[in-house]
Design a protein around this ligand. Structure first.
Ligand SMILES: Nc1ncnc2c1ncn2[C@@H]1O[C@H](COP(=O)(O)OP(=O)(O)OP(=O)(O)O)[C@@H](O)[C@H]1O
Ligand SMILES: [Mg+2]
Length: 310
């Protein structure tokens, strides 16, 4: 029944009953009877109206629960056709459109950001890297011809330039996971883990399944970047001894798990831009991301990519 009739019928019924009562037993100025009648009318009206608007109250509560970071949740259709069901359908359609748009704009932002990183990495490598290399060679020649009292200084300058070249190379590699383009996800993750182990001296365990199904460039980039941020967080915040990274395929899904044995993330830590970006990246490929402290110790970041969804 439509909302209009659900509001109109209780009102009409209460008024009708009141009229009938007054016709049968006129109040004739009896104030207590009139006040009592009015109170009874209001009580009945209140009850009936509350019943009539209950579906709307439920709908509002459900709408408030919808979380844009956990897409896919829809409001069930409440009862037979009415304005409320139409409203629910319109709301669910709106969620469909918003989620699709969010996914698309997320993917757009992701590829723009990656394009920008690529350009920066190329500039660093081709311009600054080449110039520094040429300068290092020049200084090398200077070292050979420099008088004895300047030689040590010239050698120190050359060493500093060579160290900066290494830094620039490392930065360019970080900005652009070239192994991902050339070799694929598993070798790129292997390189990343090895590099982090070397830089930090921490213990890393790897369980990366070879011969995984192709996820496509967008999804592979998302998996790579999420693994990178999860490992960086474990290094920076967890105080962990060991970080383990696993990538496995099972039942039509590819699962990434980055786990550490540190202090464990807590609810009060709040999201920095790292956690938020991980969630947004997962959303762009319709993957599920779960970041939580483990029961014993440490934190686990789990990503589940449904191969059919991408
Ligand atoms: N593996 C972890 N173990 C313990 N705490 C963690 C872990 N990962 C994240 N945290 C906590 O969650 C917070 C938010 O992490 P997030 O990656 O969003 O931000 P951040 O690392 O501080 O900064 P950035 O924006 O550079 O990533 C961290 O500051 C930290 O307190
Ligand atoms: Mg971080």
């Amino acid at each position: 029944m439509s909302l209009f009739w659900r509001l109109f019928i209780p009102n009409a019924t209460v008024l009708g009953v009141a009229c009938v009562v007054l016709m049968v037993e006129p109040a004739n100025g009896r104030v207590p009877a009139l006040v009592g009648g009015l109170a009874a009318m209001l009580a009945v009206n209140l009850m009936l109206m509350r019943r009539a608007v209950r579906p709307l109250t439920r709908l509002t509560a459900l709408m408030r629960r919808v979380d844009p970071l956990h897409p896919g949740e829809r409001i069930p259709l409440l009862g037979p056709g009415s304005e409320v069901t139409v409203l629910v359908e319109a709301f669910n359609d709106m969620l469909d459109r918003l989620e699709a748009e969010r996914r698309e704009s997320g993917l757009r932002a992701l590829s723009e950001r990656e394009g920008e990183r690529r350009r920066l990495a190329a500039d660093l490598h081709d311009q600054i890297g080449q110039t520094l290399t040429a300068t290092a060679l020049q200084v090398g020649r200077l070292v050979e011809r420099a008088p004895a009292e300047l030689r040590d200084d010239a050698v120190a300058v050359r060493e500093a330039i060579l160290a900066t070249i290494d830094d620039v190379r490392a930065l360019a590699r970080q900005l652009r996971p070239e192994a991902l383009d050339d070799l694929g996800l598993v070798p790129a993750l292997t390189n990343l883990v090895e590099r982090l182990a070397e830089q930090t001296g921490m213990r890393f365990e790897r369980d990366l399944q070879r011969g995984l199904a192709e996820l496509g460039p967008d999804a592979e980039l998302v998996v790579y970047r999420i693994a990178q941020e999860a490992m960086t967080n474990a290094i920076r915040h967890a105080g962990a001894e060991t970080i383990s990274v696993a990538l496995r395929a099972a039942g039509g899904c590819v699962r990434l798990e980055v786990r550490d044995d540190g202090r464990g993330i807590s609810g009060v830590d709040g999201d920095g831009s790292g956690l938020r970006t991980m969630r947004e990246r997962a959303l762009t490929i319709g993957a599920e991301l779960d970041i939580a402290a483990c029961a014993d110790r440490g934190t686990a970041v789990r990503l589940k990519v449904d191969i059919d969804d991408i």
